[in-house]
Design a protein around this ligand. Structure first.
Ligand code: ADP
Ligand code: ZN
Length: 720
């Protein structure tokens, strides 16, 4: 009898022992079904010596039931799962689940069923069926997906299938993807690009782990450069993973990819349909998927033979996951490449300080592209000091910025105004009694959205219509908007430049691939004069007629005292500035601020990036912050405030003394109330060499908490 140790998909159970059934040989990494009481669970066969569990006597072991028809997870991927769980203090089961993506896909075979309208329109319909008929025009998907789209129950749709209003279609999830061809086009690279590409191609050719930092200014053509490495991987029949921060923004990327390789890459992100997800997963695990472009969750997929990993816009915050397994996809990408013995390219115009430091230390190979492609110049950056250049009363744009916009409009060029605030105004209050609209679930004001006439919380999604009267004192028409959001700035532009065609670009307006496509097409055709947008417009776009960028409020991100605030502000402004003057016409950037003396702002104005990194390095060194020391956060939450607070205090009270650790708090977390849960935070500052994870495990493991309390560990938290 052979004992089989399974990592099962249940974080609470974790590891369970079974025995190998007669006549079946189980490999490490095989995905199997096993009995658990009267139920069945899915698990992965693991090396027993690498997982601890309570040993069950041989006689009590039950047999594994069946092996699912998918290739076993490779040893490299199993090591990655172990590493991630260890480093981020997360349950291995939760990490493994990201690799398998969906157990339904594993159990089902190569086909699935989708539904669509038949076109039959009966004379009489229930209101729900009528609503579904309306909502599902041109749609196709599983019953669950269609039910969600139409806002009706699955039962209603099943009834419609029975009545012949919906028909089923069998979807073949194993149909091949069109092949990407390494030499579909031959790009003309600049000398700098060609040199960089050569280094990457060589690294892919020889294989082995080499981490690169592709440090190139905005518009230098980093994408075209790493495409050559992708081409080489294609020639060698190795798979490529490209991680991108915001999948909604990939339209432009996809088009460029297709132009270069003659076929689109395979997409992986959270809003894929179930059938697309299954198709992609199966192609990935079989090694047929050549290039996968995805959000951070694509990182853990079971690639059969990964030959290159690229993380584009590697400095982006969205690579850090902030719930479930709290990992940083940029860092795990490097680890994955190490286990797979493959090169990894981190591309950015504004690398994170941690990445810069690793390049300086020689751990990453730095490849620089200091010039813009095609001789385009970097934009001129100037400061508008709002203390002396005061906008008109009730306005937010300084006269100089407005003048410059008028000049662009006269020349038929585009302007872009950047303000990282969705909606009309960040705070709405009653002019009569001072009542402020606050989210019932979060420590946040409700943001007025004029397009949709609603007040919305940007943290939990709570929404309510804008009332006609104050809910507190009942005075009608008494609400005033405080401060600007992009919608308000757009109104102001409309008043100042009535003939300008304005586009507001936020996640509210660009909420589908179609909307993104329309916006890009209009902007490229010159059908838009002024773009007003949030951080969605800071990256990726290339509009040749865009010659002016205005940063409405550079100080916004500097509030709050977070140690990363400077870096974040620098990156955002440098990225948005990088949208200006990418074509033949030079660009200008005006930064509105009340703190022109701040290190970030003056470094931006003088174009002296190294001055910024030096100041930032100094501040981090003094604070013992990364990369000089390490931080971890313990977040304790409960729906009951007293319960959360007392649990947090109990944790604080048991902190073991350690010469390398400094424990701060507990204090209310930055979002003290989030989605109905009260949150307290302890921060741990550790020396760089300290065994932080072990310390945390030993501290927290023996502690027990009431049912409603959740304790989450965040290693390398984004804000500290
Ligand atoms: P980055 O990502 O470094 O900001 P991009 O890769 O977006 O820069 O390139 C900037 C622009 O220059 C894009 O429009 C791109 O198509 C163009 N470009 C870059 N390299 C080349 C090349 N070798 N041939 C033609 N166009 C290029
Ligand atoms: Zn909320």
């Amino acid at each position: 009898m052979r004992r089989i140790r399974l990592l099962v998909f249940n974080a609470a159970l974790g590891v369970l022992d079974y025995r190998e059934p007669e006549g079946l040989t189980l490999e490490y990494g095989s995905v199997v079904v096993a009995p658990l009481g009267p139920r069945q669970i899915i698990g992965i066969v693991w090396e027993a010596e690498r997982l601890n569990t309570k040993e069950v006597p041989d006689t009590k072991l039950r047999a594994v039931l069946e092996v699912l028809p998918v290739p076993p997870l490779s040893a490299e991927l199993r090591r990655l799962i172990e590493w991630t769980a260890d480093y981020y203090c997360a349950p291995m089961a939760s990490v493994a689940r990201m690799a398998l993506a969906s157990s339904a896909a594993l159990r089902g075979g190569g086909t699935t069923t989708e539904y669509r309208l038949t076109g039959v329109e009966p004379a009489r319909l229930t209101p729900q069926r009528a609503a579904a008929l309306d909502a599902l025009q041109g749609e196709q998907g599983s019953i669950r997906e269609l039910a969600e789209l139409a806002g009706v129950s699955e039962g209603v749709l099943r009834g419609m299938v029975g009545a012949g209003l919906l028909e089923s279609l069998v979807i073949d999830c194993d149909r091949p993807y069109p092949a990407a061809l390494p030499d579909f086009t031959q790009p003309q690279l600049s000398d700098g690009q060609a040199q960089a590409a050569q280094v990457f191609v060589e690294a892919v050719r020889s294989g082995g782990f080499t981490p690169f930092l592709l440090d190139g200014v905005t518009g230098s053509g980093k994408t075209e450069t790493y495409f050559e490495a992708v081409a080489e991987a294609l020639r060698r029949n190795r798979q490529v993973l490209v991680l991108l921060p915001e999948i909604a923004l990939t339209e432009n990327f996809l088009r460029r990819f297709e132009q270069r390789f003659g076929a689109p890459p395979i997409l992986w992100h959270s809003s894929l349909k179930a059938s697309e997800r299954r198709r992609a997963w199966r192609a990935i695990v079989r090694g047929e998927a050549q290039v996968v472009v995805g959000a951070r969750s694509a990182l853990f997929l079971p690639y059969a033979h990964l030959g290159l990993v690229v993380v584009d816009e590697a400095h982006e915050v969205s690579f850090k996951q902030d719930d479930g397994v709290r990992y940083n996809a940029r860092d795990v990408a490097v680890i994955r490449a190490r286990f797979e013995k493959a090169p990894v390219i981190l591309a950015s115009a504004t690398p994170a300080l941690e990445s810069m430091q690793l390049a300086e230390a020689g751990v990453y190979k730095r490849i620089e592209l200091p010039d813009r492609f095609g001789g385009a110049q970097l934009p001129e950056i100037a400061i508008v000091d709002l203390r002396s250049e005061v906008p008109e009363r009730g306005r937010w744009l300084a006269p100089r910025l407005v003048e410059e916009m008028k000049v662009r409009l006269g020349r038929g060029e585009q302007s872009l105004l950047f303000l990282n605030r969705r909606g009309y105004a960040p705070l709405t209050l009653c002019r009569h009694c001072g009542y402020r609209f606050q989210c019932p679930n979060c420590t946040a004001w409700l943001v007025e959205h004029r397009f949709s006439s609603r007040l919305a919380c940007h943290h939990c999604g709570h929404e309510t219509p804008v009332p006609d009267a104050c809910p507190e004192c009942g005075t009608p028409d008494c609400l005033v908007a405080c401060g600007p959001g992009v919608e308000r700035i757009a109104d102001e532009v409309g008043e100042l430049l009535p003939e300008a065609r304005i586009a507001v670009v936020t996640s509210d307006t660009l909420n589908s691939r179609e909307a993104v496509g329309n916006f890009v097409a209009q902007a490229e055709e010159g059908a838009i004069d002024v773009i007003v947008g949030t951080q969605l417009v800071t990256k990726g776009y290339h509009f040749p007629e865009l010659t002016l960028v205005g940063v409405v409020d550079a100080d916004l991100g500097l509030e709050g005292g977070d140690l990363r605030a400077g870096e974040r502000t620098y990156q955002q402004i440098a990225q948005v500035a990088g949208r200006a003057g990418r074509g033949e016409k030079p660009g200008d950037v005006l930064i509105q601020t009340r703190h022109p003396e701040a290190a970030v702002i003056s470094a931006l104005a003088s174009g002296d990036r190294s001055a910024f990194y030096e100041a930032e390095t100094q501040a981090r060194r003094e604070a013992g912050a990364p990369p000089f020391g390490r931080w971890a956060a313990i977040i304790v939450s409960s729906e009951d405030q007293a319960e959360a607070q007392s649990a947090a205090r109990a944790i604080g009270g048991t902190a073991p003394r350690h010469p390398d650790m400094l424990v701060l708090g507990p204090a209310p977390a930055p979002m003290a109330l989030l989605r109905g849960r009260y949150r307290y935070r302890l921060l741990i500052n550790a020396r760089r060499s300290a065994e932080l994870q072990r310390y945390l495990q030993e501290w927290l493991k023996p502690l027990e908490f009431p049912q409603g309390v959740r304790v989450a560990i965040d290693i390398d938290p984004y804000s500290f």
